[in-house]
Design a protein around this ligand. Structure first.
Ligand code: NAD
Length: 487
């Protein structure tokens, strides 16, 4: 049994038990949560099993009809209140996310933690703006209705837990679904705080449930629960595949937001300094961003100049403690992840790739910004997601080769293109096969726009109407126009 139901994390009390049917629920076992900052144990969190998952799905099932019946307006009132509470608790959320996930405190305080509120407001607004369409057909009126799908399961990753969990919770709840959320065991604490804030906002018991625990236990049990009507997953491609297989088995629609190996393409006509600055920015958050442009593709004629500029911007990074406002490259999440990242670099060097910069651990879970020139495009370091502060750099001689290299991995989450040519922006932007392309920019995110990947980067789209549709069953309702009804 988790002895203590709360952990003091940087002075903030965080519940370490599950949140099921509006109440805190313990488990016989617990698992330790280590802070990436110093690998100190900051909490013992209830380690759920299939039993707690089943309880939570039952609660979500029981709460569904009333939540659905509230309609978009009724639900929006709750979601706006939750957004206000997130805003009022940004400081606590920022502190805990920094300690728990190792993310940088300054941007968390400035805007990242508040994204939770942004997401709840945006999706409540979008659900309110939805209208039913209808037309006459063959003596009938046909109407397209959106029905909330039912209880849904959401499984999330350890990077950016507030942003990613609310990005999924907000459209699910706004569309009228009830939710069982399983956060990552490596950073489970801010999701627990959001559950408390949902309770404080008056969101009825059972509408939002959080079951903590390990992937192989809670994640698998949640994905397999046949009462769920949708599954939404963010995490690695490998786990995404397993979750997708389970979903297919149960005939449950799923979205899978998985890994990336996105290209950042720099043409000779680009603003090279801006391109190099954006390239160096890919080391932020220690490169633990799914959308990171981790493959730099640079036109041969400007490669030397670009490398110099990239060196200048990389030098400006500060690797260190995420509590320190100067830090831009915080620690990796977990010792296992550090071993994975350094393993990639060691294998690359052993296999004949050239280490241009970095490649060393700096103590604790800190890792140097690293740049590798691969021996070929087939190298593992080019083809596989590292999810750390490790970039590769390759050159191309013309636009065709740039596009061919950009599209040469199994992933397809994002892409960045730097050019001053509007025509090339159109051509290359269209030719890159990924869910998002930014031209002369990075990480612009409009909640109304689709987000997702192709290939090993995932299945389906989140964001805007795409997310609301995912959490809804579409129904065509035909009512004959010339029927005389009798009471
Ligand atoms: P992961 O796949 O190890 O874990 C993700 C979640 O799945 C965790 O909650 C975990 O407990 C759970 N899980 C593990 N095994 C499971 C199983 N067998 N069945 C069901 N659930 C299981 O991923 P991670 O290491 O937490 O996250 C990093 C990955 O997430 C990276 O690949 C990154 O690119 C990706 N990511 C993608 C996006 C996106 O939007 N595309 C966003 C953030 C992170």
């Amino acid at each position: 049994m988790s002895a203590v139901s709360y952990a003091d994390v940087g002075g903030v009390n965080v519940s370490t038990w599950h949140y099921i049917d509006g109440a805190r629920v313990p488990s016989p076992d617990s698992f330790p949560v280590l802070s990436p900052i110093d690998q100190r144990e900051i909490a013992q969190v209830a380690s759920g099993t299939a039993a707690e998952v089943s309880l939570a799905v039952s609660a979500a099932e029981a709460a569904f009809d009333d939540w659905a019946a509230l309609g978009a307006r009724g639900r929006a009132e709750y979601l706006y209140r939750l957004a206000d509470l997130i805003d009022a608790n940004v400081e606590s959320l920022a502190i805990v996310e920094c300690e728990d996930a190792g993310m940088m405190l300054r941007p968390l305080r400035a805007y990242v933690a508040a994204f939770g509120a942004v997401n709840f407001r945006a999706f409540a607004d979008m659900a309110l703006a939805q209208t039913e369409t209808g037309w006459s057909y063959n003596g009938s009126k046909v109407r397209v209705q959106r029905m909330p799908a039912g209880p849904v399961g959401i499984i999330t990753s350890w990077n950016a837990p507030i942003v990613i969990s609310t990005w999924k919770l907000a459209p699910a709840l706004a569309a009228g679904c009830t939710v069982v959320l399983k956060p990552s065991e490596w950073a489970p604490l801010t999701c627990s705080m959001i559950a408390d804030l949902a309770g404080e906002a008056g969101i009825p018991a059972g509408v939002l449930n959080v079951v903590q625990g390990l992937g192989r236990e809670v994640g698998e049990a949640l994905a397999a629960d046949e009462r769920l009507t949708r599954l939404s997953f963010t995490g690695s491609s490998r786990t995404g595949r397993a979750v997708g297989q389970t979903a297919a088995n149960n005939m449950v629609p799923c979205t899978i937001e998985a890994g990336g190996k996105s290209p950042l393409v720099v043409f000779a006509d680009a603003d090279l300094d801006a391109a190099a600055k954006t390239a160096a920015f890919q080391y932020d958050d220690a490169g633990q961003m799914c959308i990171a442009g981790s493959r730099l593709l640079v036109e041969e004629s400007v490669a030397a100049e670009f490398l110099t500029l990239l060196g200048k911007h990389t030098d400006a990074h500060v690797v260190g403690n995420p509590r320190d406002p100067e830090t831009t490259v915080p620690p990796l999440i977990h010792p296992d992840h550090l071993a994975r990242v350094s393993g990639f670099v060691e294998r690359a060097v052993a296999q004949g790739d050239t280490l241009l910069r970095g490649g060393r651990s700096l103590g604790g879970l800190l890792y140097e910004p690293t740049l590798i020139k691969p021996r070929s495009n087939d190298a593992e370091i080019v083809q596989e997601e590292v999810f750390g502060p490790v970039l590769t750099i390759q050159t191309f001689s013309d636009e065709d080769e740039a596009v061919r290299l950009a599209n040469s991995t199994r992933y397809g989450l994002a892409g960045m293109v730097f050019t001053r040519s509007a025509d090339r922006a159109e051509r290359v932007g269209r030719a890159i096969r990924s869910g998002i392309v930014w031209v002369n920019a990075f990480n612009l995110r409009d909640a109304s726009a689709p987000f997702g990947g192709r290939g090993m980067s995932g299945v389906g789209r989140e964001g805007g109407q795409y997310a609301l549709d995912f959490y809804s069953d579409l129904k065509a309702l035909y009512i004959k126009e010339d029927t005389t009804y009798e009471d």
